[in-house]
Each structure stands twice: as structure tokens, then as C-alpha cells.
Write a new protein. Structure first.
Ligand SMILES: Cc1cc2nc3c(=O)[nH]c(=O)nc-3n(C[C@H](O)[C@H](O)[C@H](O)COP(=O)(O)O)c2cc1C
Length: 353
């Protein structure tokens, strides 16, 4: 007999065994491509520690990978392509000889104002990284060289127009930037956004914005996303590059302190009350880097209560995620039973699985 929390959780009806909710029963519902499925199959929880300017460095990425999830960082956090090469070597060296190791997913700003783009692509291709996340623009120029190196490309998108553009450019998957995200935020409601994208795309979807714990992560998966993108939750991690002042501001802030501004590189951004910010006027890579440390956080900042190691955050998210999977069964089974739609698992014969 399959245990409650390890049954297929997408439908709550079938009895297909699932490892931590990773398997789906319906054709097309589990949308990951084969390659990505193989890659995420080894994750401890379906989570990407999102790339953050001035926050994500070698230690945070290595901690994320050691905890069995995806660790990302913007390549511009390394001061030059040479330093990027060094960072990738140091991250690889942090891999334990045995045991779990997630996935390294560098983030490239693909905007035309990024003078390092070609050089950084060359470094990433040389290291044959498995996954790259493209942001602020079309991934068209990076897809071919990265595919040739065996790298999959996810593209940040904030609208359906962006989705079409990214898919036409050959992106393998999408990061849906929803409202209330930290950094340069999206504006779309995540419920509407995921469902609208699922109507046109069956490939890998990552949902970004407002996911601060395992409950929200499970909700994202129920909606139809494959992975959750968590940024704000990790700014106050012990391994982040954020200053102590920024981390303290984050710990004492709530979502009421988050304001939508045109700061941080000229695009709409979520900043904490009192943060320094730059004016609007359009994105430029130089403007982003010149902005220095802006205190950015998303709506899920309300759930950040202390500075702690990334591994502890990830293991708590994993526990919450599994609790949420089990709790949604508790909601769904009685509801479906009332409607006469299912036979509860305990009334099945053991051989029914
Ligand atoms: C301080 C900060 C810096 C960020 N820098 C980047 C960046 O360089 N590149 C990028 O693609 N996204 C960046 N983001 C956005 C995150 O990758 C992610 O989309 C966002 O944090 C998810 O929402 P959440 O903060 O609600 O978890 C940044 C976010 C924050 C909070």
C-alpha cells in the first residue's frame, strides 16, 4: 500500500507511487523534458535558490548544491570572465566526493548593454554547465552556443509576449516572474500567469515571486509549475554576500515595508522602505551594477525571521513541502469522497497499490 504522502499528489485520485511527489500520473501533466527530468530527479526538493545581484556567490551556490537543490548566481557577481571561471572551479571543488549534489545554474543578463555577454557564454560553455538562466531580454543569442555545449537554457519572462519570444528563440524552459518578487519584479498574478502559460507550453516552468516556504512551493506545483524560484528567503542566509545591515533590515521587515519602485537598474523593483534606489529610465547593465547595494526584498520577506545557514532553510522548506503535500491530501480526499469521485485508499485491496 502506498503511503499518503508518497502517492501521486497532482490528482489525489490515482494510486501511483511517487517519490516525494515527483511523479505524475497524467501524460503531459509532468511537463519536464527528459533531460531536465533527469537533472531535477536528483534534487531533494524542487527548488532553485535564485540568482541575486550582490547576494549570490560561491558559498551560497555551493551550499544550495550540497543541500541537493539548484544554486544560481548572476555571472556579473564575479568581477570578470576570468573570475567567473575561477568561481566555477571553486563551486565544482565544493562538491563532496559522494552524496547529494544539486545543480549549478549561472544567470546571464542577456540585455544588449551587457558588454561581457559573449565572454561569459564562452566560459559557461567551456565548463559545460547543465543549466543557464537568461534574464532581461531574449535568449536568442545564447541558445545556440549553449546548446552546442549541452547546456539547457531557461528564460526569465514577465508577460505572454516574453513567453512567445523566449520560445521562438529556442529556450528549453521558462522562469515566470510574478508580482511581488524581490529584485526586478514581474507584475502578473501568479495564478493567472502559470495557467495562461500552461495553455501554450508543456515544457519546464519555474515560478518566481512570493514563494518563501514549502507550503507556497507546493501551491506552485499544484498550479502547474515544476520548480519554485526562491530569492528573498536566501538573502539573510549565512552564506549570502549581503551586508549585515541589509540582512538585519530584512529580518525585521514585513511585506508592508516592500515598495514597488523604478529603482535598481531602471526597471520596476521591490525595495525595502529606506533603501537607496536609482531612478527609472530603462535598463542598462552599467546602471544595475552602479546601483550598489539596494535593499531589495519580495513580499515573502514576512517569513524571514533570522539569519541562518542555507542548508537549514532548505531542509525546513523540504519539511514544509512534504507537510503541505500530506495536508493537501487531507483536504482533497474528503472533498472528492463527498462528491463520489473516488474510492478512499484505505478501502482498496492492498494489491490495488
Ligand atoms: C537582491 C536581489 C537581487 C536580484 N538580482 C537578480 C539578478 O541579478 N538576476 C536575475 O535574474 N534576478 C535577480 N533577482 C530576482 C531573483 O532571481 C528572483 O526572481 C526573485 O528573488 C524571486 O522572488 P522572491 O524574492 O519573492 O523569492 C534579484 C532579486 C533580489 C531580491
Amino acid at each position: 500500500m502506498v503511503s499518503e504522502s508518497f502517492r501521486c499528489f497532482t490528482c489525489h485520485v490515482c494510486s501511483m507511487p511517487a517519490r516525494q511527489g515527483w511523479e505524475y500520473h497524467e501524460e503531459g501533466q509532468m511537463s519536464l523534458t527528459d533531460t531536465t527530468t533527469r537533472a531535477v530527479d536528483r534534487l531533494s526538493v524542487p527548488l532553485i535558490v535564485a540568482p541575486m545581484t550582490g547576494v549570490s556567490g560561491v558559498n551560497l551556490v555551493a551550499a544550495a548544491c550540497r543541500a541537493g537543490v539548484v544554486g544560481s548566481f548572476p555571472t556579473h557577481n564575479a568581477g570578470s570572465p576570468v573570475e567567473l571561471d575561477d568561481w566555477l572551479h571553486r563551486i565544482a571543488a565544493a562538491r563532496p566526493p559522494a552524496g547529494q549534489w544539486g545543480l549549478v545554474a549561472p544567470n546571464l543578463v542577456v540585455h544588449r548593454s551587457n558588454p561581457r555577454l559573449d565572454d561569459d557564454v564562452e566560459v559557461l560553455a567551456r565548463h559545460r554547465v547543465e543549466l543557464v538562466i537568461a534574464s532581461v531580454g531574449s535568449p536568442a543569442s545564447i541558445v545556440e552556443p549553449l546548446h552546442a555545449a549541452g547546456t539547457q537554457v531557461l528564460a526569465d519572462v514577465a508577460s505572454l509576449r516574453h513567453v512567445d519570444r523566449a520560445l521562438e528563440a529556442g529556450a528549453d524552459g521558462l522562469v515566470l516572474l510574478g508580482a511581488g518578487a524581490g529584485g526586478q519584479t514581474g507584475w502578473a498574478n501568479p495564478f493567472a500567469f502559470v495557467r495562461a502559460v500552461r495553455e501554450r507550453f508543456a515544457g519546464p516552468i519555474v515560478l518566481a515571486g512570493g514563494i518563501g516556504d514549502g507550503w507556497a512551493l507546493h501551491a506552485a506545483r499544484v498550479l502547474g509549475a515544476d520548480l519554485g524560484y526562491l530569492g528573498t528567503r536566501f538573502i539573510a542566509s549565512a552564506e549570502s554576500l549581503a551586508s549585515d545591515a541589509y540582512r538585519s533590515a530584512l529580518v525585521s521587515a514585513t511585506m508592508d515595508d516592500v515598495h514597488l519602485t523604478a529603482g535598481a537598474g531602471g526597471l520596476p523593483a521591490s525595495l525595502l522602505e529606506g533603501s537607496p534606489s536609482s531612478s527609472g529610465g530603462g535598463f542598462s547593465q552599467a546602471g544595475l551594477l552602479a546601483a550598489g547595494e539596494v535593499w531589495s526584498a519580495g513580499h515573502c520577506v514576512s517569513g524571514v525571521h533570522r539569519v541562518e545557514p542555507a542548508a537549514e532553510i532548505i531542509s525546513r522548506v523540504e519539511r514544509e513541502y512534504l507537510s503541505a503535500v500530506a495536508a493537501s491530501d487531507n483536504v482533497a480526499w474528503p472533498d472528492l469522497r463527498r462528491r463520489g469521485r473516488i474510492t478512499p485508499p484505505h478501502s482498496r485491496s492492498p494489491s490495488a497499490g
